[in-house]
Design a protein. Structure first.
Length: 215
DNA sequence: TAGTGTCC
DNA sequence: TCGG
């Protein structure tokens, strides 16, 4: 193995961003090939698609889901659905590699009994972004959010409890995991426009996995 | 209510 | 380019 590869997969200390918000640098790197293969299998069963938001505008990020429930948006609103609106079928199950990663990352951030029932898969191509928003469509706000970054770099913004005010800018690289919950669960967050780049495993895109307990 | 988009 |  090359020295660079060894270095990149070493465990690194968690970085505390807020009282209950943590960055786990390179946390997923040691299992990235398995994750990437399993993600591609999910995408083959439930295609990535750009969803509409109320008002009819289209998100730049393409999305799909795995798990008992998936986050969906259309002209009528945001919600969790047990089926893929595009096919009427259940979402694929969360692959074991993804589930185990989410549970262990939550534990590393102090959330001991996280059992996600939903995993949103987001694909950012060059120029894609996610405006500042809150994750508030879930029933169980005691469960944290676990967000896994794969592929090219992006800058995550972690704000306060309204849309305005100071925001932390957190550079995210392949394998980084963010966990936020407790008093920080409803913080506004988003992703700045992704710049063109190439990643050796994932190619010219950023893949984000967001694990939630939706029900 | 509108909205994770867009304008100023 | 950024904040609102």
């Amino acid at each position: 193995m090359l020295t660079d590869d060894l270095f990149a997969s070493q465990p690194q200390p968690a970085i505390q961003l807020q009282a209950q918000a943590w960055l786990l640098p390179a946390f997923a790197c040691s299992v990235d090939q398995q994750l990437w293969a399993d993600i591609q299998t999910v995408i083959a069963q439930a295609a990535l698609r750009q969803m509409q938001i109320p008002g009819g505008k289209t998100m730049s990020v393409a999305m799909t889901n795995c798990g008992d429930y998936g986050w969906v948006s259309d002209r009528s609103g945001y919600r969790y659905s047990a089926t893929d609106p595009q096919t009427g079928s259940s979402w694929p199950a969360i692959p074991e590699s993804l589930f185990d990663l989410a549970v262990s990352a939550a534990k590393a951030a102090g959330f001991d009994s996280f059992l996600p029932d939903a995993c949103l898969i987001n694909r950012y191509l060059t120029g894609c972004k996610m405006s500042l928003h809150q994750d508030k469509d879930e029933q169980d706000m005691t469960a944290p959010i676990v967000s896994v970054s794969l592929g090219i770099d992006a800058v995550f913004q972690l704000g306060g409890f309204t849309r305005t005010g100071p925001k932390l800018k957190v550079p995210l690289a392949h394998g980084d995991v963010l966990v936020w919950g407790g008093e920080d669960r409803l913080r506004y967050h988003g992703v700045l426009t992704v710049k063109q780049a190439q990643h050796p495993l994932v190619g010219g895109q950023r893949i984000n996995l967001t694990f939630r307990k939706s029900n």
